[in-house]
Structure formats: structure tokens, C-alpha cells
Design a protein around this ligand. Structure first.
Ligand code: SAH
Length: 400
């Protein structure tokens, strides 16, 4: 087993339960890539045990703080079991068969994402430590979950930080169909787990889609960054008066219209519009045309990946929120999100506040929103809390 010794005084975050050890905190490192290492403080006292990658800034991700716990097959089985157990009971609404089963660090399994889509599992190995143990992990998942197949979507950019190439394909069992049908709170969706975003579907927005369904009744809805129509289907199922949905991806829009049909919502005698276009431009066009909506959803992609991109991201968020406020009718609702981990909830409130000020509208926060609870949030790993949102109600009068 390899060993990593920290510089004096650098053990505090570890004592406080954080799983990452950065290169700058290390005095001595003696291990091979991917190996399990013991992490010691400057006095050579045991701090924890994790896997090592010399080509990542995060040199070690801790797996255990118990010196007696060996990292063998049984260890991974226990961790996966605990992760599955964490989802028992309260976390998933009825009539839902698409769930995040393992949320990496936040579930004590750094670098590993596992999503269940009905009988299939989709896995992301985001680190070298997981990459090297993928076969074992797949074997254990098959034992514990008994899926029809396990598909890999390790084609995330973050793998580059670990010097790993993108990979995807069947890991075990049957290949998934091109389109897989899932159920979310009683609504059905086609998911493309082979070519869709992330592992195929934005499972993290489940609870917020359920809320959107509840508040959409009788409203004219504008769903920006609609992807495969999750919020649109929810809003129409919730008796929205009419909907307009916008996304740049033609493939996503095609699946969104298929999802309307799948739920029997396509021929309700209302023109629900789907636009392949850039939200920044479409919002401006609607403003110039004097279009108005009663409920707008803004669920943009990640605008900031690093701390130095936060300012530019904030400008982007403010722009779309400002435009959305201007398009809302008095009493209208804005459901607005940021999935950039580096944008804090506090900053997000400020951005939305600034947008309301500039738009000259009064607004109240009806709900503070976050990722669905199968995207577990550990108190010890704030980095895993990335999705934040606000449901705002615009006042009857403008403040300007
Ligand atoms: N709300 C969706 C997930 C949104 S993901 C759901 O519940 O499933 C973000 C989406 O924004 C992606 O589909 C991406 O294609 C789209 N996108 C990115 N930049 C865009 C832009 N400038 N204009 C319109 N769509 C954009």
C-alpha cells in the first residue's frame, strides 16, 4: 500500500470530514497511480485511506477514516449497499423508476455516479481510482440491483482532470434501446441514455418538475432550456393554458415532442410550441414583440466551471432573469435555476435580485429550490450541492 504524508497543519479539513487531499497539502507521496494509500499527518498519525492519482490536483480521495477497514470487494459492497439504503423510504415519489443510486463523494463513493433508468443502470467513472475498479463495481451492482444491463457514460469533461479519455458503451448485460421509457411521478419520458446529456435525463430536477406541475394550471408557460421537455410535460399535465419551449438542440426538441405524445398531451387542441433556438435571442424577440407569459422556467446549462468564470456566468444569469422578469404578467411566476456549483445560493439570490431591480418589478420568493434528494447532499461535502433555484412571484405593480 502506498503512503501520503501531509504538510504540517494541513490535516484540519480531513479531521473535519472532507474527502479531498490537494497536491499542495502533501509533503511526501509514495504510491502508484490508482493505488490505495494511507494518508498520514506530519507526525505520521493515520488520518484516512483513499485512492491516489498523481496526475490530478486532487491527489487522494478518501474512502475511509477507520484504520482497520481494508478497501477490498467487501468494502465496496458495503458502500454501495449503504448508498442504496440511503434512498429507501422518503426520497423517491411514487410511480418513479429513474433514480440516482450513487452520488459520488456525497454517498461516500468518490468519483462514482450510478443512475437507474428502469431496468438499466448508467454508470460514470469520473476518477482513475474508480476507473481501475470498474469491473468489480459493475459486478457488485449486478449482484445488488439485478439490472438488465449496465451502460457506461464516462464521457464527461471532468475526466480530463484525471488524465482519463472519454469512454462509453455497454459494460454488462443487454445493450439499452435507443430510446428507453421511464416513469417520473406518473409521467412518462423517453430517455436517450446513449447520446443524451449527462446519463440521459436531468433526474436532479424531479421535485421541481413536480412543483411546476402543481403551479402551472391556467398559465401561459415559457420553458427555457427545455431539453427533452421535462418541465413542459409537467406543466401541460398540470393544465397549463399553453406552452412555449425553447432549446438549441434539435435532438432534444424532437424527444420533447415525442414525450408530449407519450403522455397523450399532444392533441389537446392547444398549440404547444417547440422552438429550436437560442434562449438569449428568443427572449429578446419575445420582448420586442410584446409577448407575455404567466410562468417562466429558466434551467440553463452550467455557465461556470471554475471560480474565475463566476463573474461572466453571473452576467449571463442576470441577463436571462432580467428578460424573464420583463416578460412576466403581474402575479406571474419565475422558476429560475443555476447548476453551477461555483455560484453559491447567496450569489444566486443577489443575481436574481439585481435582475428584478433592473426589470423594475417587485418579486417574492415563494420557494427555495434545490436538487432532488437522491442527489444526496452531505454536510461534509458542500461541493456536492450544486443545483439551486428560486420560485419567485412577480408583484402586481412595478417598483420603478
Ligand atoms: N430543464 C431540462 C434540463 C435543461 S439542461 C429538464 O428538466 O430536463 C440545459 C439545456 O439547455 C440543454 O438541453 C441544452 O441543449 C440547452 N441549451 C444550452 N444553451 C442554450 C441556449 N443558449 N439556448 C437554448 N438552449 C440552450
Amino acid at each position: 500500500m502506498g503512503v501520503v504524508v501531509l504538510k504540517r497543519g494541513r490535516e484540519k479539513p480531513i479531521h473535519r470530514g472532507h474527502p479531498w487531499i490537494y497536491s499542495g497539502a502533501i509533503a511526501v507521496e509514495d504510491a502508484t497511480p490508482g493505488e490505495i494509500v494511507d494518508v498520514l499527518d506530519a507526525d505520521r498519525h493515520f488520518l484516512g485511506r483513499g485512492y491516489y492519482n498523481p496526475s490530478s490536483q486532487i491527489r487522494v480521495r478518501l474512502l475511509t477514516r477507520d484504520e482497520r477497514e481494508t478497501v477490498d470487494a467487501d468494502f465496496w459492497r458495503r458502500r454501495l449497499r449503504a448508498s442504496l439504503a440511503r434512498r429507501d423510504g422518503l426520497i423517491v415519489p411514487p410511480r418513479t423508476n429513474a433514480v440516482r443510486l450513487v452520488h459520488a463523494e456525497s454517498d461516500g463513493v468518490p468519483g462514482l455516479i450510478v443512475d437507474r433508468y428502469g431496468p438499466w443502470l448508467v454508470l460514470q467513472a469520473l476518477t482513475l481510482g474508480i476507473e481501475q475498479r470498474k469491473d468489480l463495481i459493475v459486478e457488485l451492482l449486478v449482484e445488488l440491483v439485478e439490472p438488465l444491463g449496465v451502460y457506461e457514460r464516462s464521457d464527461e469533461d471532468v475526466r480530463r482532470l484525471e488524465s482519463l479519455p472519454p469512454v462509453k458503451g455497454v459494460l454488462w448485460g443487454e445493450a439499452p434501446p435507443e430510446r428507453l421509457e421511464i416513469e417520473e411521478a406518473g409521467l412518462r419520458f423517453w430517455v436517450d441514455i446513449i447520446n443524451g446529456h449527462k446519463t440521459g435525463f436531468y433526474l436532479d430536477q424531479r421535485e421541481n418538475r413536480i412543483l411546476a406541475r402543481r403551479v402551472a394550471e391556467g398559465r401561459r408557460v415559457l420553458n427555457c432550456f427545455c431539453y427533452t421537455g421535462g418541465f413542459t410535460v409537467a406543466a401541460v399535465a398540470g393544465s397549463a393554458r399553453e406552452t412555449v419551449s425553447v432549446d438549441t438542440s434539435e435532438a432534444a426538441i424532437e424527444l420533447a415532442t415525442a414525450n408530449m405524445r407519450l403522455n397523450g398531451l399532444a392533441d389537446r387542441g392547444v398549440d404547444d410550441h417547440f422552438i429550436v433556438g437560442n434562449v438569449f435571442e428568443v427572449l429578446r424577440r419575445f420582448r420586442d414583440e410584446g409577448r407575455r407569459f404567466d410562468f417562466i422556467v429558466l434551467d440553463p446549462p452550467k455557465f461556470a466551471f471554475h471560480a474565475h468564470q463566476v463573474q461572466a456566468a453571473a452576467r449571463g444569469y442576470k441577463d436571462i432573469n432580467w428578460l424573464a422578469f420583463r416578460l412576466l404578467t403581474p402575479g406571474g411566476l419565475l422558476m429560475t435555476f443555476s447548476c453551477s456549483g461555483v455560484v453559491s445560493p447567496d450569489l444566486f439570490w443577489k443575481i436574481v435580485f439585481g435582475a428584478a431591480v433592473d426589470a423594475g418589478v417587485d418579486a417574492h420568493v415563494v420557494r427555495v429550490l434545490q436538487q432532488a434528494p437522491d442527489h444526496t447532499m452531505s454536510l461534509f461535502f458542500p461541493e456536492g450541492v450544486y443545483l439551486k433555484g428560486l420560485l419567485c412571484r412577480v408583484g402586481e405593480k412595478s417598483v420603478a
